[in-house]
Design a protein around this ligand. Structure first.
Ligand code: NFS
Ligand code: SF4
Length: 637
């Protein structure tokens, strides 16, 4: 396959871009070929000024850097620095949410506690006595406890006690229980500084610890606290793909990650004053659409349509129909500044952590949230009149979807509101109706056909009666293909999975949110273990994780906490580790003996699905479960 994407809307826009000589990430990726082999193999070190040093990957000289570091040390250090960066990104997001919760408790910034039930539930988990306290008082204390998790020095993060006992014991034995979120990230940076840790296994174990501080720390906190502030998602209908942009309305695209901003943009877009102004400018309304994870956040809670996933951010601009794109942090391509200059589109940065030269910056602060959001939406409306109809080219493609499944709503779906239980799910796995479950998550990357990895892998799992849960840009890929509709079960699912989807009324692929919401997958696994019958630890379950088109350091961190939580974790292209046979062997083989999980690198999505199914079957055999009840359905296109 030499197409750039399997998504028709994206291909339409890429053709248009080529005709208009507009450059995209695909062009720049091609211009980078051949990419640096030392970088790909991870054997380039720039950690000190006696370097940069590089190790010959074919075992010739030089075998060591100036300081004497070998390929194993260099590769391990580079890799865990990726983990630290990813953990920092997710967790800094979590920190801002904790701050916002405190502001909500103080009645500042227009934020409210929209889910007091969840507030009280989480507060109880943190040991905060609810009696006689107002929601505000509880929220303040919980917010402060959340912030304290970042600076904590000793002991274990509060959320660690959610994990199954066997898992906690494993972490304890290996000395990788995360103490404080910031502390573990700092320790990665210290240990990988010139002349500190040079035992690659010891370095990697700290990488696992920092990743756990994300999955069972920063990300979990972000998810829980966002649910408290913006309410817990419920299954909700919406639409996805570039066709959600509207010719006759003001199109405002929100891109990035933090719902503190996007929630307020959605609210401001419904402000009567804004709508009146839009009508005066000749627009029939204000259409907010999302890109990347911020899209998933407002999709799950408000049904706001999704314009596309990571590789579609430039394509959205190329439709010529976006009046304003507002960005905050993470996965925002610097190229946006250039491409928006070719159109009337106004680009606005909002985070003090993420500015772009020559781009207007309207600094967002939680304290002035609504006012700032309204200012941004007003600018979008004012820019509508500058849109050039001759340049507007919106693809028709838009697909219906259902999103917004959480650990809690799956309970309700399976057992009904009054008899909430994971029993039916566990029973289905035990009697072989359901073969297992896999989390397919992560990014897009022009190094592989856009969306193809997500879709091919997911469909192969579905026809083999494997339930798929998804988040981030993978969820958006699935949504575009129609996999997030209950009807998809008839087209793609094996007989057992189809029966379950039909009975319960769910799609065969469950959208659980943004990438920080991969923590929802962890808490769901806790519920499955607690329900009983499938083993007492995650590493016993017939499950796996996969990032078939990964790009971000955050994906590496997620992979690390999945492996540390006991999961077989598939990545299509390897981490930059192949220059070190030691590190490669450790993370793809030996670590299984320690943590029960390991990495699997396999570029072909169908082969990857095969390996995942083998793993699932092996876990089923170890649990002495019945063989799968049905044969897989034939391949569907
Ligand atoms: Ni996740 Fe979200 Fe997408 Fe990858 Fe980026 S948006 S945090 S990192 S590219 S899935
Ligand atoms: Fe070279 Fe060692 Fe310095 Fe790295 S830390 S740049 S291998 S001298």
């Amino acid at each position: 396959m030499n197409e750039k994407s399997v998504d028709r809307a994206s291909l339409t826009m890429l053709q248009h871009a080529a005709k208009e000589r507009l450059e995209t990430a695909w062009d720049r990726w091609e211009a980078q070929q051949p990419q640096c082999g030392f970088g790909q193999l991870g054997v380039c070190c720039r950690i000190c000024n006696m370097g940069p040093c590089r190790i010959d990957p074919f075992g010739r000289e030089p075998k060591r850097g100036t300081c004497g570091a070998d390929a194993d040390t260099i590769v391990a250090r580079n890799l865990v620095r990726m983990v630290a960066a990813g953990a920092a990104a997710h967790s800094d997001h979590g920190r801002d949410v904790a701050h916002t919760l405190i502001l909500a408790a103080e009645g500042k910034g227009g934020y409210q506690i929209k889910d007091p039930a969840k507030l009280r539930r989480i507060a109880a988990e943190f040991g905060i006595a609810p009696n006689g306290h107002t929601d505000q008082q509880i929220a303040r204390e919980l917010g402060e406890r959340g912030l304290a998790m970042f600076g904590r020095q000793e002991g274990a993060l509060d959320y660690i006690k959610r994990a199954p006992e066997a898992r906690r014991n494993t972490w304890q034995r290996l000395g990788i229980v995360p103490r404080g979120i910031d502390r573990e990230i700092v320790e990665v940076m210290h240990r990988t500084n010139m002349g500190v840790d040079c035992d690659y296994k010891n370095i990697l174990m700290q990488g696992f610890r920092a990743a756990l501080a994300d999955g069972w720390g920063g990300s979990m906190l972000a998810t829980d606290f966002q649910d408290i502030l913006f309410r817990q998602p419920q299954p909700i209908r919406s639409r996805v793909n570039l066709g959600v942009l509207k010719k006759d309305q003001v199109n405002l695209v929100v891109h990035g990650h933090e719902p503190a901003l996007s929630e307020m943009i959605v609210a401001a877009s419904r402000d009567p004053e804004v709508l009146k102004l839009a009508a005066e400018k000749g627009a029939t309304g204000v259409n907010v659409a999302g890109i990347c994870c911020t899209a998933n956040e407002i999709l799950m809670r408000h049904g706001v349509p999704v314009a596309g996933n990571f590789l579609q951010q430039e394509l959205a601009i190329i439709t010529g129909a976006v009046d304003l794109m507002v960005v905050d942090v993470q996965c925002v391509m610097p190229a946006l500044a250039g491409i928006t200059n070719c159109f009337h589109t106004k680009l606005v940065t909002t985070s003090p952590k993420a500015r772009m030269p020559g781009v207007e910056h309207i600094q967002f602060s939680e304290e002035g949230a609504y006012r700032i959001a309204k200012d941004i939406v007003t600018r979008a409306v004012e820019n509508f009149v500058r849109r050039d109809p001759k340049k507007v080219n919106i693809p028709e493609d838009a697909t219906d979807l259902i999103a917004g499944f959480t650990t809690e709503t799956v309970y309700q779906f399976l057992g009904g509101r009054y008899r909430a239980t994971y029993r039916p799910l566990n029973d289905a796995v035990m009697d072989g109706r359901l073969r297992g479950a896999v989390g397919v998550v992560g990014c897009n990357n022009p190094n592989t056909v856009h969306d193809h990895g997500h879709l091919a892998l997911t469909k192969e799992l579905l026809r083999n009666d494997v339930l798929v849960v998804t988040s981030g840009c993978s969820a958006i890929a699935d949504a575009k293909e129609g996999l997030l509709q209950p009807e998809a079960a008839f087209k793609y699912a094996g007989a057992g999975l189809r029966e379950i989807c039909e009975t319960v009324g769910i799609p065969p692929v469950l959208h659980v949110g943004a990438c920080v919401d991969n923590s929802r997958i962890l808490t769901t696994l806790v519920a499955i273990c607690d329900e009983g019958g499938l083993g007492k630890d995650f590493s016993q379950l017939p499950i796996a994780g996969s990032a078939p088109e990964w790009m971000s350091e955050k994906a590496v961190t997620i992979g690390f906490y999945c492996v540390a939580s006991g999961l077989l974790t598939h990545f299509n292209t390897p981490h930059p580790v192949l220059g070190s046979p030691g590190v490669t062997r450790f993370i793809t083989e030996e670590v299984e003996g320690l943590l029960g999980g390991k990495f699997l690198f396999e570029p072909d999505p169908l082969k990857a699905a095969g390996a995942i199914l083998n793993h699932i079957d092996q876990k089923r055999a170890e649990l002495k479960l019945k063989p799968p009840m049905y044969k897989p359905v034939p391949v569907s296109v």
